[in-house]
Design a protein around this ligand. Structure first.
Ligand code: BLA
Length: 510
């Protein structure tokens, strides 16, 4: 468990962005109830897709030319959330339309986009280029070639790879841009720029476009739909989580305009199902990306995701084996010694090295042993009683102890990082590691502490993205997922050891 201060959710973290009841203007949307094929809602601009005389209306049955598509997505095997049948070229009236259909619970969402928007997007050879050298090249080369390929493929002015850090703020780790544009490379952005509901949605739907950050949106009529035709049927909002045309949150549109961006697109990069980052694309002017092009971009995101996951798993496996061997070697040394407490103190140097720590406290049967740089006796006692009041998680950690509790200043400054490993209840042993301060310099795009609230208390995006240099002090290097995994291995090895020691003592006494 991470020991941290209170989490502050702001209004952005509560905005239900998946049910805007509006779409972007570069296409039309029709919602059909699967049970009886009745049209239950249409975007106000649908008559631009169909000729006005023939435009299907709410209450009518879905037109014949769409029946096949609707039956495809009503098939039980297509009941997966977000399952979509894409890009059937359909002639409706005089124009050719690209229809993307997907199922949302009891409804089909049919989205119409003009085929003429579809430029020649068949050049998938670009994607091949992406991972040609990936087995031999380092990660930064793979990142760079990803943004280069996506830019060449789509023509966006700027393409970036944006990576989330553990606290959900992010930074630009690769960039390809127009020469005259200023660079965003290595700039950091606060977590609030991409709020919780957006990050959650982007784990489900892997690509989204903002065709025009100043464009009008088109309302759905009616905004609410009923699952059955019964008069008293409950009406629900149209869930647009998987929609291509979903209107983008007005707060984010304001953000893009503040940044001087006319169109945006982002592709999710996932690591084991969790959002790892985004391929973020900007265009100065409005830009519609054709459906087939979006598909190819999404595929590039999937490829990068798979690649990152397997690479990380390989590294983790290697590390796990190495650390596991080291731990079992050392623990068997400890096991050979008579006095467990003395053995633990003797083992302090390699444990500190293993965790890149400066100090260690070992607590056993009420006795406290110190090694390296540690808090004073009194401070340690205070710490132990606070830890006792914590939940009983075996591993708790913080890289900024002052955020968790108020401490004697010198302790928080000298040793801001702490990780406590609690052994099995019966033996009451606890190992605490301390890390010293680590100063970090971050270049933010705009002052992250300046949240701007308007008269109604609504949080609004920053107006200025002027670089702001921050020196972060009062914290240690964070305890990474790898550190936590190492702690788990060590803890289970120690638990086993103590159980064995106890059994030995029992045998001697018998
Ligand atoms: C969404 N914010 C986003 C998205 C990005 C960013 C990439 C996804 C949508 C898209 O592709 O454009 C942020 N874009 C960035 C960042 C960079 C970039 C950091 O290019 C860096 C180079 N935004 C705010 C505040 C709020 C907010 C204060 O700054 C809330 C009050 C909201 N951002 C916000 C919301 C969305 C969003 C609500 C979801 C938009 C949607 O999908 O409807």
């Amino acid at each position: 468990t991470l020991l941290d201060g209170p989490v502050d959710l702001n209004n952005c973290d509560r905005e239900p962005i998946h049910i805007p009841a509006q779409i972007q203007a570069f296409g039309g949307l029709m919602v059909v109830r699967l049970a009886d094929r009745e049209i239950v809602s249409v975007s106000e601009n649908l008559d631009q897709c169909f000729s006005p005389q023939r435009c299907p209306a709410v209450g009518e049955t879905c037109p014949d030319e769409l029946a096949e598509l609707v039956s495809q997505i009503s098939a039980p095997e297509s009941s997966d959330e977000g399952y979509a049948v894409r890009d059937r070229s359909l002639a409706i009236g005089e124009l050719g339309w690209m229809v993307t259909a997907h199922r949302c619970v009891a409804f089909a969402l049919l989205e119409f986009e003009l085929e003429s928007n579809a430029t020649n997007a068949s050049d998938l050879s670009l994607l091949e280029r992406l991972f040609k050298h990936s087995s031999t090249s380092d990660l930064s080369t793979v990142y760079q070639s990803t943004v280069e390929v996506i830019r060449a493929f789509t023509g966006f002015d700027r393409v970036m790879l944006y990576q989330f850090h553990e606290d959900q703020h992010g930074s630009v780790i690769a960039e390809m841009k127009r020469e005259d544009q200023e660079s965003f490379l290595n700039l950091h952005y606060p977590a609030g720029d991409i709020p919780v509901p957006a990050r959650r949605l982007y784990e489900l739907k892997w690509i989204r476009t903002v065709a025009d950050s100043s464009g009008e949106t088109v309302p759905m009529v009616p905004p609410l739909i009923a699952k059955t035709r019964e008069l008293d049927a409950d009406e629900i909002p149209i869930d647009m989580s998987y929609s291509e045309l979903r209107a983008i949150s007005p707060i984010h549109l304001e953000y893009l305009r503040n940044m001087g961006v006319g169109a945006s697109m982002s592709i999710s990069v996932l690591d084991s199902g969790r959002l790892w980052g985004l391929i973020a694309c900007h265009h100065d002017s409005p830009k519609v990306v054709a459906p087939k092009q979006r598909d190819a971009c999404e595929l590039a995101g999937v490829l990068l995701s798979t690649y990152l996951t397997s690479r990380r798993q390989q590294q983790a496996l290697k590390h796990r084996v190495e650390v596991g061997e080291r731990i079992s070697e050392q623990i068997s040394e400890i096991a050979k010694q008579e006095d467990l407490n003395q053995a633990m103190i003797n083992a302090a140097p390699w444990m500190m090295e293993l965790f890149n720590a400066e100090g260690l406290v070992w607590v056993h049967e009420g006795d406290v042993y110190h090694a390296g740089t540690t808090p004073s006796e009194t401070q340690t006692r205070t710490l132990l009683s606070s830890l006792d009041q914590q939940n009983q998680d075996p591993i708790v950690y913080t890289h900024c102890i002052a955020k968790w509790q108020s401490w004697d200043d010198s302790f928080a400054e000298r040793l801001p990082g702490m990780m406590a490993m609690r052994m099995g209840q019966r033996f009451g042993g606890m190992l605490i590691l301390f890390r010293g301060p680590h100063e970090e310099h971050l270049n933010w795009a705009g002052d992250p502490n300046k949240s701007v609230t308007d008269e109604s208390g609504r949080l609004s995006p920053r107006k200025s993205f002027e670089q702001y240099r921050q020196t972060v002090s009062g914290q240690s290097l964070p305890w990474t997922a790898t550190d936590r995994e190492t702690a788990e291995s060590l803890l289970s090895a120690m638990n086993l050891l103590v159980v064995e020691q106890a059994a030995k003592v029992r045998r001697i006494n018998e």
